[in-house]
Design a protein around this ligand. Structure first.
Ligand SMILES: [Ca+2]
Length: 445
């Protein structure tokens, strides 16, 4: 019975729509539109934002250094220089009698999101996410800019070095992870990436830190990956940006090193993966035109539809030229997996609720000229014209299917009387595109 019915309906549909349609996911790495921005500083203010940053390591408020590395500078707040649209950390050759009793020959700048001094709470810390900064590094022997993460519990390691550059090789970015193995031995993994002269212009440096991987990006391209989850930190970490001078690794400046030298910071941003939510779709007897309102954690169609066993006959997707079906128990079914952004036909024998667990994403859908069967990726209803504003002028009609009345409902942006006013999570939609275009749902994060 189901197969016959579906053949009939689908033949009807095929004749109804001169179909040439598909919705494709725009791929990562990683699409921050699908993530939640949890920290941002664009450095557009005339002073350092002290609710976000402190001008020292946590162990001192009155200037500081990192003597473990035998660094030659004393970090002072007067080397942190807001420029109106970026922040400048300046290193100078300057004798400075520091509060630790030592006279340093250089001063420089550091900002961190840890706490200020020995008490209080961190300005900002996070566990897992995507962190990115746009930087211009200095060049010159003995200069050592860094952008990195340390734990707020002040243990060490772990340490995630998003960027380190040694000024005598300004075209080489070091990307490094430090951890302690099960025997307590300090280990590190990394891979220097040789690219352009990073001191000549701005570049972005980023890390995506997840429970099973840490991935480094330079200008949006993956350059290194660590993926032994045993050692990947699962604790809150804070941000550090600093310009060190000298130390064991870079060695001291030489006569050619130019001072003052600068680490310039255009912005620092941190995003996190969206939380998983659970939504329920109410399916009615007959044909339902549905979509997944969230990106499912489990995409296998059998898994998603298991709870409805016996209550439905078939699920169809449209692949751009033909339908692909899934019939429960039929291993040769062509349709194997479901994803947000696509529309699906489901034939129900009785009413049932379908629970979908997954993450809220903001997906860009590639629409081809002609009919596209898409899903509305959202968790709230919204007015159709507004929801489709990203393709304004590029589509002529939208249809969805009302199961109860067994009829289509349409919306026409030219003002023709429409009985479809809103887009609803969980519904599928045919959109007639006048041009190849990109539909972006971005009403929520
Ligand atoms: Ca900026």
């Amino acid at each position: 019975m189901p197969y016959k019915v579906s053949t009939l309906i689908l033949t009807l549909l095929a004749s109804l729509f001169n179909s040439n349609l598909i919705a494709n996911a725009q791929s990562s790495p990683p699409d921050v539109r699908n993530m939640k921005l949890i920290f941002e500083d664009n450095f557009n203010e005339s002073v350092l934002n002290s609710s976000k940053w402190v001008p020292c390591y946590w162990w001192n408020t009155n200037g500081c250094s990192n003597t473990g590395n035998k660094e030659l500078q004393w970090f002072t707040p007067d080397e942190i220089l807001p420029q109106g649209n970026y922040l400048r950390l300046r290193a100078r050759k300057r004798d400075f009698k520091a509060s630790d009793g030592i006279t340093y020959n250089y001063t420089s700048g550091i900002i961190t999101t840890d706490r200020f001094g020995s008490s209080g709470s961190p300005r900002f810390a996070f566990k897992y996410g995507y962190v990115e900064a746009r930087l211009k590094v200095p060049k010159g022997q003995g200069l050592w800019p860094a952008f990195w993460l340390l734990p707020v519990d002040h243990s060490w390691p772990p340490e995630i070095d998003i960027l380190e550059v040694l000024g005598h090789e300004p075209n080489k970015v070091y990307t490094t992870f430090h951890w302690r193995d099960s025997g307590g031995v300090h280990r590190s993994a990394g891979q220097p990436w040789v690219g352009p002269d990073f001191s000549a212009d701005w570049h972005t440096f980023a890390v995506r830190w997840q429970p099973d991987s840490i991935i480094w990006y330079v200008d949006g391209v993956e350059r290194f990956r660590y993926s032994n989850r045993t050692y990947i930190p699962a604790k809150d970490m804070y941000l550090i940006l600093n310009l060190s001078v000298g130390g064991i690794w870079p060695g001291p400046p030489d006569k050619n090193t130019q001072f003052p030298a600068y680490l310039d910071i255009d912005y620092v941003r941190v995003w996190q993966e969206p939380q998983e939510v659970s939504l329920v779709l109410n399916l009615e007897p007959g044909w339902n035109l549905i979509s997944l309102p969230v990106e499912p954690s489990e995409r296998a169609i059998g898994k998603i539809f298991d709870p409805l066993a016996g209550k439905y006959d078939v699920v169809y997707a449209f692949n751009g030229s033909q339908y692909e079906g899934y019939i429960p128990g039929l291993n040769s079914s062509k349709l194997k997996a479901l994803e947000a952004g696509h529309g699906y036909w489901v034939y129900m024998n009785e009413a049932a609720k379908l629970e979908v667990k997954g993450k809220v994403i903001n997906r860009a859908l590639q629409l081809k000229t002609g009919w596209n069967l898409v899903g509305y990726v959202a968790t709230r209803s919204s007015p159709i014209a507004q929801t489709l504003s990203s393709i304004n002028g590029k589509y002529s009609a939208v249809y969805t299917f009302d199961t109860a009345s067994d009829t289509y409902q349409g919306y026409y942006p030219d003002g023709t009387s429409s009985n479809l006013k809103i887009m609803e999570p969980g519904k599928g939609y045919w959109i007639h595109a006048l041009h190849d275009s990109v539909l972006i749902f971005e009403d929520e994060k």
